[in-house]
Write a protein that binds this ligand. Structure first.
Ligand code: MN
Length: 253
């Protein structure tokens, strides 16, 4: 397969390199990724500044293109300018930290993958549920074997597959679960601090999920399952559309 590989942790992030090393054993992998970390930028794109591209080496070999933009910018410019449309799949990750529940909306990793679907390519977003001392070995191996088994599915269906892998040794992972995205709100906290000049500032911290349903990405991941969630970028709330149409008759002009 011809794979476009990107992420939101930056082109030199360990998770992207681990995935590159594994996927390039059997596939042609093109790397186009942000030059620095752009986590939690969601689906932002750059429109008021120029996008600049740098060719990047790893060791002495050409590795990919670093972009001074967002993950979604990377996918757009890769397809339209750098690599061209002859790719089979967009893969984004491996992200340092899970992308489940409402965090899917804030995630640059997931947005790069959904940008792939917007442009007409199936995609996979991969995240590891670890922030400290992450080990990407198993997660990258898992993605590679997933591609082997599901190549036909990705050829047939154009959707974004959101994959989250627990930070556990392989023998402790409980299995693989297809689950929907949790929509329970996060419990968030802002820490108030004073900077050296005496000015108040805030730092967002200590977020926690409130989800209790085991049949969701949040809970299944917490329980030690690899979670698989198909995503699509249509945010329309289809269930209430008919009711709203009926109620808004007075808008007729
Ligand atoms: Mn990230």
């Amino acid at each position: 397969m011809r794979i476009l590989l990107t992420n939101d942790d930056g082109i030199f992030a360990e998770g992207l390199c681990a995935l590159y090393d594994n996927l390039s054993l059997e596939h042609k992998v093109f790397v186009v990724a942000p030059e620095a970390e752009r986590s939690a930028v969601g689906h932002a794109i750059t429109i008021s500044e120029p996008l600049r591209i740098k060719k990047v080496k790893r060791g002495r070999k050409f590795f990919g293109y670093a972009v001074n933009g967002t993950p979604a910018d990377c996918v757009k410019i890769a397809i339209h300018e750098l690599i061209g449309p002859h790719i089979d799949l967009v893969v984004s990750g491996i992200n340092r930290g899970a992308n489940v529940g409402i965090n899917v909306l804030y995630s640059g990793t997931v947005s790069a993958a959904t940008e792939g679907v917007i442009l007409g390519f199936p995609s996979i977003a991969v995240s590891l549920n670890a922030y400290h001392d992450p080990d990407y070995c198993f997660a990258s191996y898992f993605v590679n074997s997933l591609l082997e088994k599901w190549r036909a599915i990705f050829n047939e269906l154009s959707f974004c597959l959101n994959v989250n892998v627990p930070a556990l040794p392989a023998h402790k992972i409980k299995g693989i679960k297809w689950v929907p995205q949790s929509i329970s709100p996060l419990l968030e906290r802002f820490e108030r601090r004073i900077d050296p000049h005496g000015h108040l500032y805030y730092w967002q911290c200590g977020e926690r999920f409130t989800e209790e349903n085991p049949d969701t990405d949040v809970k299944a991941l917490e329980q030690g399952f690899i979670t698989l969630t198909p995503l699509f970028f249509d945010l329309t709330y289809k269930e209430i559309l008919p009711a709203l149409k009926e109620k808004s008759l007075f808008f007729d002009l």
